[in-house]
Design a protein around this ligand. Structure first.
Ligand SMILES: CC(C)(COP(=O)(O)OP(=O)(O)OC[C@H]1O[C@@H](n2cnc3c(N)ncnc32)[C@H](O)[C@@H]1O)[C@@H](O)C(=O)NCCC(=O)NCCS
Ligand SMILES: Nc1ncnc2c1ncn2[C@@H]1O[C@H](COP(=O)(O)OP(=O)(O)OP(=O)(O)O)[C@@H](O)[C@H]1O
Length: 208
């Protein structure tokens, strides 16, 4: 599907999405090894909300002291997560404080990678479809796992996340069934890393 032109590969902007703990970072790093440029929405979200930045100040002003750590020096991400992933209105408030800045930074990195002549640029974003970021991409690739595997891996990764918290976070995202409607390719990450690597090898052969 990657559009080929005489003399080599054309530019393809890929939106890599999937629910929390579906395996996007794992797939991203396989794609990076192949030579793709990666734009990581979670990393950007963390960066724009680092201490003292405008978004940090706006988030603290909106949510108040309840989201600060014990010495009140910084945002306690776990406290903030507990609030927003159990209250849709608060999640929307956080999204409207953060998403415009995240979008701006993603666009900036995309332009820079294009200028640098990168041929495959991957935007790794859990909320690609929910936030309309898919308007920026040529293809949507979906990393898919069964909900049981998703919860198991999520709880394994986040040692202190309770089952209910894991479910809340999953429920705050678009269901897999809905995401499938937008996907140009589906990467099945239910089995081991080797099986996933084989799918990436195959996709890379097809687009290059
Ligand atoms: C609520 C916060 C502080 C929780 O931080 P925490 O360190 O526990 O999680 P982290 O940022 O590493 O995100 C992990 C995963 O949670 C899910 N998630 C994060 N934010 C959201 C959201 N607004 N809606 C739904 N799911 C989300 C994603 O799958 C993400 O990959 C943080 O996620 C945040 O600031 N979110 C708002 C910004 C955002 O939308 N980020 C995602 C960009 S795609
Ligand atoms: N095929 C696999 N087999 C076993 N474990 C896996 C597999 N793929 C990913 N994992 C593990 O599952 C967890 C979630 O994977 P990863 O961090 O890549 O997901 P993600 O979609 O990037 O998550 P998030 O959106 O929450 O950042 C990690 O601990 C990872 O090591």
């Amino acid at each position: 599907m990657g559009r080929t032109v005489e003399g080599g590969m054309a530019l393809t902007v890929v939106g890599l999405t999937g629910g929390i703990a579906s395996g996007k970072s794992t797939v991203s790093s396989l794609l990076k090894d192949k030579g793709a440029a990666i734009i990581d929405a979670d990393e950007i979200a963390k960066e724009i909300m680092s201490k003292g930045k405008p978004v940090w100040i706006n988030v603290v002003n909106h949510f108040g002291e309840q989201i600060l750590n014990d010495d009140k020096s910084d945002i306690d991400r776990k406290k903030l997560a507990d609030i927003v992933f159990s209250d849709r209105i608060q999640l929307e408030a956080l999204n409207s404080l953060t998403h415009p800045e995240i979008l701006k930074e993603i666009k900036k990195q995309l332009e820079n990678y294009k200028k640098a002549g990168r041929k495959v640029i991957v935007i790794d974003a859990a909320l690609l479809l929910e936030s309309g970021l898919d308007a920026l991409v040529d293809e949507v690739w979906l990393v898919a796992v069964d909900e049981k595997t998703q919860i198991k891996r999520l709880i394994m990764r986040e040692k202190d996340m309770a089952h209910a918290q894991a479910l809340n976070r999953i429920k705050s995202q678009m269901p897999l069934k809905e995401k499938l409607k937008y996907a140009n390719r589906v990467i099945d990450n239910n089995a081991g890393i080797e099986e996933t690597r084989e799918q990436i090898d195959e996709i890379w052969r097809e687009i290059s």
